[in-house]
Ligand binder design. Sequence first.
Ligand SMILES: NC(=O)c1ccc[n+]([C@@H]2O[C@H](COP(=O)([O-])OP(=O)(O)OC[C@H]3O[C@@H](n4cnc5c(N)ncnc54)[C@H](O)[C@@H]3O)[C@@H](O)[C@H]2O)c1
Ligand SMILES: O=P(O)(O)OC[C@@H](O)[C@@H](O)[C@H](O)[C@H](O)CO
Length: 380
Amino acid sequence: MKAVHFGAGNIGRGFIGLLLHDAGYHTTFVDVNKEIIDAINQHKQYRVLLADQDQQEQIVTNISGINSSDQLEDVSDAIATADIITTAVGPNVLPIIAGNIANGLLQRFRQSDDPVNIIACENMIGGSRLLKEKVLEHIPAEQKSTVLSLAGFPDAAVDRIVPNQSNEKMLTVSVEPYYEWVVEMPSMKGEVPNIKGITYVEELTPYIERKLFTVNTGHAAAAYLGQKYYHQTIEEAIQDQNLRQVVEGALKETGDVLIEKYQFDRDTHEQYREKIIGRFTNPYLSDQVIRVGRGPLRKLSANDRLIRPATLYMELFNRAPENLTKVIAAAMQYQDNGDPEAVELQQKIKANGYSETLEEISGLPKVHLLHQRIIENIQR
Ligand SMILES: NC(=O)c1ccc[n+]([C@@H]2O[C@H](COP(=O)([O-])OP(=O)(O)OC[C@H]3O[C@@H](n4cnc5c(N)ncnc54)[C@H](O)[C@@H]3O)[C@@H](O)[C@H]2O)c1
Ligand SMILES: O=P(O)(O)OC[C@@H](O)[C@@H](O)[C@H](O)[C@H](O)CO
């Protein structure tokens, strides 16, 4: 069996690649990072280390790599014969790889009518749906119905903390032991892949919202408040009791939203929240604030982990969430000269001020109470 995976980065190697290997696939990693692709083709294997007391290791074999900067035909060939296609490249990169995927699908369906599923494993609501939209933009009108009937784009939620790596060997990747991969069953085409570790569900929205508005809201809160109080890592930030109170408060607010929206059991959700805070304090992982805070324009957009639950909170409870507004205020002040989105955010603020910038990137109008509370928090 053959898998093609776009993005041989942290989650690609540390999670998706590992599960594909364990399920018996040969995985072809597609990436623009020449060094990683060369290393994959040279060593044909890498190690995954579990970040806990035992430091167990797993070896991922049966892999190869394609550099999509200059081997576009190879990418198409791989897609044409793949049994599954996955991505973990970041939400902003999905439109960039859509053309490659479209060409591969066109080649595939000229040769056969074997269905295939393309699963975007990104931290966003509707990742595969967005990819499908972008792929279809590259498909000529007369081929659209073939692609629509033979290519499935099931949405997914993936959860495993994989920090930036500093191992001696470039491909080795340290990951937390916990993982969850949930895939929406109804959008799948053909045979459902038997991959141990995937949970198939009828409706993904509650799962992705629970994950994004708990793990990722909590993470973002620790990162943005963490930087404000001069912490370097998530673990260090979460040990700061004043800061932890706000992170926990923000997760209580998103929890109230999720419980109200999906009728989750309150006690079970509280246990889920506590487990997640526990994951942030894993002493065997060093997760930098600047990794978790990366891409603040994306994280401050209307449907992402901060603004969306805060807006829902206002709608459901008719008051502004006290802790989420503090976190959003800290996110607006986030700085990292190595992160183009963080630089752009601060340039916008310098040129137009906080209120104008908040309205532009989050879509929250100035008259919205949430907008006003965020600005009050910044001024404080
Ligand atoms: N790391 C985590 O803890 C984690 C957990 C769950 C989900 N995710 C999600 O997975 C995605 C990837 O995150 P990551 O942490 O692995 O990031 P990463 O930066 O480690 O990996 C991304 C990889 O994509 C590659 N890439 C960039 N542009 C590309 C292109 N045009 N074609 C092919 N490859 C390209 C990069 O070179 C890099 O190797 C994100 O959406 C993230 O939110 C990450
Ligand atoms: O990947 P991002 O930038 O959307 O978010 C940063 C982290 O919160 C994220 O990568 C988590 O580590 C991951 O989502 C855990 O499952």
